[in-house]
Design a protein around this ligand. Structure first.
Ligand code: URA
Length: 237
């Protein structure tokens, strides 16, 4: 793609159009190793190497990250009172990033963050049936009956019962550990499904969305860019 140098820097979050124009004129920017001072210089984003104060800038229209969401923050871009998931992305300069879907404040685990609205729509659309897998700890005994209820769909007080969901029991006694697979993303869905089955979720962590799994080398609050394989499976949705 060809684009103006000042637009490229602006899109990548290096400041307002006037600020980046001024930086270019001051000589902060090189293209293919040569200083340029014309903001309107045309850049081939696939071939040209643009550097800002000596650091190379790789242009991409969309960017994709996974955050290991910790408990205690809300899945929103702004909130007047609560810490948000975007508070973990302070060193990312670009604007327009948002979390793909919501995890409850007390839920941990995989949250994708992007500026690609089309991808977010595909991942969240119930018609695409993208599996979301969660690990949960439950107060109460989860039984084969509960597994059947999840398989059949549960009335959780909405217009329609939930779509069939997978429930795998890891351990079951007076408290249980389970893995749950859902394809929807209704408000408090898993908590409400267990409530309807007479149990209570005490801990919930999202492990994967589609083929993208939470990188277990991340600590809560840490994030990384999606790698090439992860991006390409998302693009096939
Ligand atoms: N289901 C819930 O109940 N909470 C979440 O955060 C995600 C799924």
């Amino acid at each position: 793609m060809n684009m103006r140098l000042d637009k490229l820097l602006c899109e990548m979050g290096f400041g307002s159009r006037s600020a980046v124009k001024s930086d270019i004129k001051k000589g902060c920017v090189t293209v293919n190793g040569l200083a340029v001072n014309r903001p309107e210089t045309k850049i081939n984003t696939e071939k040209d190497v643009v550097s800002y104060n000596g650091s190379e800038i790789k242009y991409s229209k969309y960017e994709y990250y996974m955050l290991y969401k910790p408990a205690g923050c809300v899945s929103a871009t702004h909130d007047d009172r609560e810490k948000t998931v975007m508070d973990y992305f302070l060193e990312i300069r670009r604007e327009g990033f948002f979390p793909v879907g919501r995890l409850d404040k007390d839920t941990e685990g995989l949250l994708l963050i992007t500026n690609d609205g089309g991808l977010a729509h595909s991942l969240l659309s119930p018609t695409k049936h993208v599996n979301k897998v969660y690990y949960a700890e439950i107060e109460g005994k989860v039984t084969v009956e509960t597994v059947k209820m999840f398989e059949q769909g549960i009335d959780i007080g909405d217009d329609k019962p939930t779509l069939p969901a997978g429930l795998e029991i890891i351990t079951s006694a007076c408290n249980s550990k389970v893995r749950v697979t859902i394809t929807e993303g209704r408000y408090h869905q898993i908590k409400r499904m267990f409530e309807a089955a007479g149990c209570r979720v005490t801990y919930l962590k999202r492990l994967s969305m589609g083929a993208v799994r939470l990188d277990e080398t991340l600590n809560p609050g840490e994030y990384r860019r999606l790698n090439e394989d992860e991006r390409s499976v998302l693009m096939q949705l």
